[in-house]
Each structure stands twice: as structure tokens, then as C-alpha cells.
Design a binder for this molecule. Structure first.
Ligand SMILES: Nc1ncnc2c1ncn2[C@@H]1O[C@H](COP(=O)(O)OP(=O)(O)OP(=O)(O)O)[C@@H](O)[C@H]1O
Ligand SMILES: [Mg+2]
Length: 427
């Protein structure tokens, strides 16, 4: 089992062993073990990939180490044990290193590497650009330290890359979000030249657990924009009124060059005013704040709701929300993709078939499928603990755990969603 984590003092011997093992390789940047020891015993910083070796403990099979000064950092060593090359370890190490440096206020990271050396592919994959075809790789991080402060004050963060790829199935929804939201925001110059206005505000609606939060985060991850979630309950508990806290959030977050601002359970914030006169102040506040938020490009408001039909219609008008996108229950293909994802990660009998499982799990959300898969794993785990021979997950484990799991989406909810899709969808 491979684990990528911060370097610990107890890794020193194993890390030095790795550096010695790779130091004569032409394709590995020279990192003198004695320099590494000096840096590390002086509070230096590194990220390591370790594997658990039976009876031996953890062994370092990859490491990357950097020196930070103010807003600049230099990567001065990357090493990966020969048998562990070309498995994405370099990218995983850099991902964690970047996150750490960024939170320490670093804005630009550079690395000196010869072409073809270990780590070059990983750097390129992580968006580093080689200068002058020479040996310097550089990357300017997407967030200035001051912006990071604002983001963190509101409980936000820069999400890891790759969340979009992790969302399985849901091809219809993914296609809409990609073509209407992500692509235009990622290529604003091209969009402007053609006259396409990238969206500023999007509402995601649909039954619980269908992936609204997941998609909002995936958009932020792909754009490399910070993700800030405003929780109505937390805003209401703050000093001012809900309306004034909301105003403060919009004003402060408007300082950011880029942000995905996410508001979940949007219906609670803006129920139709006649029904809930107490919320009129909040609705009026949003009617002012949303146009202001929209007035500059590079920012995206994503709101999510399970009850689109209870939202004050004034808030949803074009000009406030560009797109209203329904996120439906996973269809059969999406369920098969979700099952496939789980089966890949489990020790499971060869005859377990994602498509058959998709057939018997109608109404299941991604969360339900996860729960059912885990229940099947529990059955196999119990057998293994009991000393039985058959320790992998068998098809009957899966079918009985599916039968024991209640689908989150009832037929009634599916029908209601279909009606809402017709009435509200705007893409
Ligand atoms: N397409 C997907 N692929 C893989 N996992 C998914 C996908 N969609 C959702 N999930 C997983 O399902 C769970 C529920 O998803 P999520 O929280 O995004 O749903 P939601 O629509 O925001 O729900 P709610 O309406 O309750 O807020 C999460 O654990 C998420 O990781
Ligand atoms: Mg959610």
C-alpha cells in the first residue's frame, strides 16, 4: 500500500538509502545524501512516498524536497526508486508539495532538471512550464498569499486537481457542465472573441445525493480556482443578521481574482417571499449581491438545491442565474460506471458484473452504491477474519447487500424531478 505524506524525522535512514540507490542513475537529478541530511536536520521540508514492508516497517520509495523563501520556492531534489517509476508517484508527490508550499505563502515554484530526468513528466503533468527548452521548470501558483487569507477566512480552499475525472458516469450532466461552464471559463479570450459569455451564476437542482456538491467542487478543481462554501446556518449564527453576513461575504470574496462560491441548500435561503416574509431581507440582499458578483469575470457562483420549485422565482430569472442545470439520479450507465469504479478497488470475484449490478440497483445514488459495496466488503471481511478460505467478495455478497440497501431516490422523486427538469432546466 503506497502512501504519500509529509516527511518525518524517522524517515531519514530510509530516505538516505533511496538517495544512495538512485544517485548514479543518469536520469536522476543529483541530490547529495549529505546535503539532504543537513537540510532535513535543519527543519527542511520534504514529501515522501512510503510503502509498508512486512516486518520491516515503512520504506521510502519516492521523495521530493524543496526550499522556500518568501513567495519563492525551489524544488532541489526528486528521487523515485527504480521499481516505482512511471506509476504517477512523481505527480502525487508534487501535488502534496505544492499544496503545502502554497499554504506557506509560496507563489512561484521552480525546479532545475535536465531533459529526460526523473520528475520531468510529473512536472509537466502538474502544469510546470520549461523555460527556453532548457532546464528550468516553473509554475506560478493560482493563488496569491493575500487571496489565500481571504479564502481561508471563509473556510475555503484550493481543491486538489483531478476531481472532475473522479466523477463517474453522469455523462449527460458532465457534458452540459463541461461545455457550458468549465470550457468557457477556462478559455475566456476565445469565448470573448466569439461572443460567448461565460456563466457567472449557475443553479444545480436535483434529488439528494446525486452529485451537486461533487460537481461544484469538480468545476473548481478543473479551473484551479479556490472553492468557498457559504453555509446558511453558519452565516445565520454569526454576529450580524443573515442578510448582513451574506453581504459581507459577497463583498470580501469579490476581492478575489478567481473563486467558485458555493451555496448549498439555496432554497432555505431564498424561499418564495409570500410564504416566508422573514426571509424577504435575505432575498432582497441576494437580488443586489448577485448582479454585483456578476459584474466582473473570473468568478462563479454555484447554488444547489433539492427543492427548486420552492425558490423565489425572482431570484432565478435570467440575468441573475445564467444556467439552471438538473442533476438527476444516476441512470443505468452511470450506475454501471459507479459500480465499475468500486469493483476495481476491491478484491472481487471475476464474475461480478457492473452492468448486472446497475440493473438491480435502480434508484441508487452514488452514496447508496458506495454503501452497498462496503456492505459486501464487510461480509467478505468477516469470512476472512473467521479463517474461511473464500476471502474475496463474491457475487452473492453484492446482490444481498444491494437488496439490503434502500434506494435514496423513490419512484415518486424520479417523477418529480422529471417534471422539474421540464419546467426549470435552462442550459
Ligand atoms: N458522479 C459521481 N461519481 C462518484 N461519486 C459520486 C458521484 N456523484 C456523487 N458521488 C458521491 O456521492 C456522495 C453524494 O454526492 P454529493 O454530496 O455531491 O451529492 P449532492 O447532490 O450534493 O447531495 P445533497 O443534495 O444531499 O447535498 C458523495 O460521497 C460523492 O463523492
Ligand atoms: Mg450537496
Amino acid at each position: 500500500m503506497l502512501n504519500v505524506r509529509d516527511y518525518l524525522p524517522s524517515d531519514l535512514t530510509s530516505a538516505v538509502r533511496l538517495l544512495e540507490a538512485v544517485q548514479d542513475r543518469e536520469d536522476t537529478p543529483r541530490l547529495d545524501p549529505s546535503r539532504f541530511i543537513a537540510e532535513m536536520t535543519n527543519g527542511g521540508f520534504a514529501v515522501v512516498a512510503v510503502v509498508q514492508e512486512e516486518g520491516v516497517g515503512e520504506e521510502v520509495v519516492g521523495l521530493v524536497t524543496a526550499h522556500a523563501a518568501g513567495a519563492e520556492a525551489w524544488i532541489y531534489g526528486i528521487a523515485i526508486a527504480t521499481p516505482w517509476r512511471h506509476q504517477g508517484i512523481g505527480s502525487a508527490l508534487l501535488d502534496r508539495l505544492e499544496q503545502r508550499l502554497l499554504h506557506g505563502g509560496v507563489r512561484r515554484i521552480s525546479a532545475l532538471l535536465a531533459p529526460g530526468q526523473v520528475g520531468e513528466t510529473a512536472l509537466t503533468n502538474r502544469g510546470f512550464v520549461a523555460t527556453d527548452g532548457l532546464v528550468l521548470h516553473e509554475k506560478t501558483e493560482p493563488l496569491a498569499p493575500r487571496s489565500l487569507e481571504v479564502v481561508e477566512q471563509w473556510g475555503g480552499m484550493l481543491l486538489p486537481e483531478g476531481l472532475w475525472e473522479q466523477a463517474a458516469g453522469m455523462e449527460r450532466e458532465k457534458q452540459v457542465i463541461e461545455s457550458r461552464v468549465v470550457d468557457p471559463l477556462a478559455s475566456p479570450e476565445l469565448a470573448e472573441r466569439i461572443g460567448l459569455r461565460p456563466p457567472s451564476a449557475v443553479l444545480l437542482f436535483g434529488p439528494p445525493g446525486t452529485g451537486k456538491t461533487t460537481f461544484a467542487q469538480a468545476v473548481a478543481s478543473t479551473l484551479r480556482w479556490p472553492f468557498v462554501e457559504l453555509l446558511p446556518s453558519k452565516l445565520a449564527a454569526a454576529e450580524g443578521t443573515l442578510a448582513s453576513e451574506l453581504r459581507r461575504a459577497f463583498v470580501e470574496l469579490a476581492e478575489l481574482e478567481h473563486v467558485v462560491l458555493f451555496i448549498d441548500e439555496f432554497d432555505e435561503l431564498v424561499p418564495a417571499r409570500e410564504g416566508r416574509p422573514a426571509s424577504a431581507g435575505v432575498v432582497n440582499e441576494l437580488l443586489k449581491s448577485i448582479p454585483e458578483f456578476r459584474s466582473r469575470p473570473g468568478r462563479l457562483l454555484v447554488c444547489a438545491t433539492n427543492f427548486v420549485d420552492t425558490i423565489d422565482p425572482a431570484v432565478l430569472r435570467p440575468g441573475r442565474f445564467d444556467l439552471l442545470i438538473g442533476i438527476g439520479p444516476p441512470d443505468k450507465a452511470a450506475r454501471a460506471a459507479l459500480w465499475g469504479r468500486h469493483l476495481e478497488q476491491m478484491d472481487v470475484a471475476e464474475d461480478a458484473d457492473p452492468s448486472t449490478l446497475a440493473d438491480v440497483s435502480a434508484g441508487f445514488t452514488a452514496g447508496d452504491i458506495d454503501l452497498a459495496a462496503q456492505r459486501a466488503a464487510v461480509a467478505a471481511f468477516q469470512r476472512a477474519r473467521g479463517g474461511q478460505d473464500s476471502t474475496r467478495i463474491e457475487v452473492p455478497d453484492l446482490t444481498s447487500s444491494v437488496a439490503a440497501t434502500k434506494p435514496s431516490i423513490s419512484a415518486w422523486m424520479r417523477e418529480r424531478f422529471a417534471t422539474q427538469l421540464e419546467e426549470y432546466s435552462r442550459v
